[in-house]
Design a protein around this ligand. Sequence first.
Ligand code: PLP
Length: 387
Amino acid sequence: MSVLDAWQQRLSDARADRQRQHRWRTRQVLARSTLNFAGNDYLGLAHDPRVSEAQAEGARRFGSGAGASHLVSGHLAIHDALEETLARWTGRQRALLFSTGYMANIGVLQALADSHTAIFQDRLNHASLIDGAALSGARSRRFHHRDAMDLENLLGRSESEHKLVVSDGIFSMDGHIADIGALVTVSQRHNAWLMIDDAHGVGILGDDGSGCVGSTWNSTEVPILVGTLGKALGTAGAFVAGDAALIDHLIQFSRSYIYTTAQPPAIAAATLKALEIVQGEPERRAQLNANIAYFRHEALRLGLPLSDSATPIQPLILGDETRTLSWAVQLQQKGIHVGAIRPPTVPNGEARLRITLSARHQRGDIDQLLAALYHCQQKEVLCNRYA
Ligand SMILES: *Cc1c(COP(=O)(O)O)cnc(C)c1O
């Protein structure tokens, strides 16, 4: 077999494997008319004309790209202004922009941890945190989901010089909120640093929308805060917020910060506008919360398998992968898009529809979704009855 044939074989083996498991992933171009319950645009800011206009104006003023990395010549005044605003909003000394949340997480973990470090992660942490830990060369341990006792046990047994506890703020596939208070207490008791990835909480949690950490927990309690800009803030990119010493260290040592082109300045301009709206229009969060409450109330009444989530992420755990796909396809045929999330993204036997709500949804949209879900459920009942 030639080298090329061996590669072809490898690709086709991997494909056959995935397809045998019915886990081959496909993308779809989303039709404009589709009712979208799969995105993370929780406040509708990705479609706010003021944010779009700020982006257009930013592009006219600063150009369409940064043209270089932050350390070379790509760091502009608009980036600086955004970093300052993010720092102030989250109650931190400094903030640092990254091009994506994925890059922020791998960059922070790689810069902070090495083979003398032990990283303790919640079992359900985002893939970027798992990858960052692997890249850092640190010893990695996983604790049971939201289980501070299990974390305490693992920390107690660790003899590592440096300990780092890492958790999502809102878990992206479950919608659970981390128990930050418990994580702070246990981390401090064991001299561990705490890093919270609040990708889904920033913009929607907290009185001022600054997330589940933001203005609630200070930088002694949560020294490393990561937030993303592509979800509730409706743009793209991410930031790390913390003390000056942390940010200086990242600028020196974080490879995914150093060796990449800076965020386009127009995105920074749009994000500043989005932040202004988040801070000035708390009614958007109120609308989102009203939508969440309405969906949950009605879903419960219809006997849909709701999860225990108070956030815009409202998974319906259907368990079986074929069943989950079938529901998603039926919804699709009615012009409704929801995420069909299957292993390996979630544990085996926990396939689910990942339904997300936004302040942008109208009552009628949510009613359509509920009716379609109820229809899927009733059809199964009938099928089982006559099977
Ligand atoms: C989406 C997400 C990320 C990645 O952020 P991107 O900006 O999309 O790369 C990181 N962590 C969590 C918890 C996320 O949900």
